[in-house]
Design a protein. Structure first.
Length: 298
């Protein structure tokens, strides 16, 4: 597995959607066509693509190089292979291709297929692009931590809260914050043995960027969980763990990003649990037994 997402481990469409907002207008038009009509792109020449996007052949080449390809033929070959793979994976479902948006005419079966397809692919690509060395480093820092601080805004705080809850249950001091001011204040009081983990799909959420910056300034070890490693949050953290999902109009991408973040949370938690196996088993049994009496019918 690799440290940064590559076109080999994460689909061109997933990488492109994460980066699209950072491109200049001419390259953005090319990227939008890749996302909206990838089959057309595969069947186009460089000059045809340039004409459709109202740009130049040189812009198409720059676009391809920004994605890590020498030129359009190599990118087109990779995209064709990805579309064929997705078509095989989705055979027999109502989805023509991954990323197909939910429409008003969709049946409930269509809706379920599209959302599950988005989430399944997000989990797979997140796993494929995972840097296990970075994951291992994050796990070791958590194992040696004085306390763990987690924070994310809105949907991104779901994973942050889940990780803190899991760590608390096996004996770690883990704090999750719903309020950005409280998160920032706690991060400012951090120490070198603290670990601060910021969750943000875009990597540009101001509150989360400020939280991680304050923690790092205080000497804490910082971890970013983002969809775009090149984002402000991703480039400023000591360790970056990336998700790989695509957005759609009805936010099945946002749902997938939540699932992908929770997948990374599970990787972190199980990695920490393995690192202190006996203590974890004892803690899980103790916490299960103590709340068992509170369950209805126990």
């Amino acid at each position: 597995m690799v440290g940064r997402a590559s076109v080999q481990s994460v689909s061109i469409q997933s990488v492109l959607q994460a980066r699209l907002s950072t491109y200049p207008p001419t390259m953005k038009r090319v990227g939008e066509l890749f996302l909206e009509r990838p089959e057309m792109v595969v069947n186009s020449t460089t000059s045809e693509l340039a004409r459709i996007c109202q740009t130049s052949g040189a812009t198409i080449v720059r676009f391809c190089r920004a994605l890590g390809f020498a030129g359009f033929p190599a990118l087109k070959l990779q995209l064709a292979a990805e579309l064929a793979k997705e078509s095989a994976e989705l055979a027999g479902t109502s989805i023509m291709r991954h990323g197909a948006d939910i429409s008003q005419s969709d049946s409930l079966d269509d809706m379920v297929s599209k959302i599950s397809g988005s989430e399944i692919l997000g989990i797979r690509e997140t796993a494929d692009s995972l840097d296990t060395r970075a994951l291992g480093r994050a796990i070791q820092k958590i194992l040696r931590s004085r306390r763990v601080l987690t924070f994310g805004v809105s949907a991104s705080n779901v994973g942050a809260h889940d990780l803190a809850t899991k760590l608390l249950r096996i004996g770690f001091t883990a704090l999750n914050f719903q309020d950005s001011h409280e998160a920032l204040a706690s991060a400012t009081l951090g120490e070198p043995k603290d670990v601060a983990i910021g969750f943000s799909h875009s990597g540009e959420t101001r509150e989360t960027v400020a939280f991680l910056a304050a923690a790092r300034a205080a000497g804490a070890f910082t971890i970013a969980i983002v969809n775009l490693p090149e984002s402000t949050l991703g480039t400023s953290a000591d360790v970056t763990l990336r998700t790989a999902v695509r957005e759609t109009t009805f936010r099945s991408g946002a749902m997938a990003s939540r699932i992908a973040q929770l997948t990374l949370v599970d990787y972190l938690f199980v990695g920490v649990a393995r690192g202190q196996y006996d203590r974890t088993v004892k803690a899980l049994k103790s916490t299960y037994d103590i709340v068992k009496e509170l369950r209805s019918g126990a």
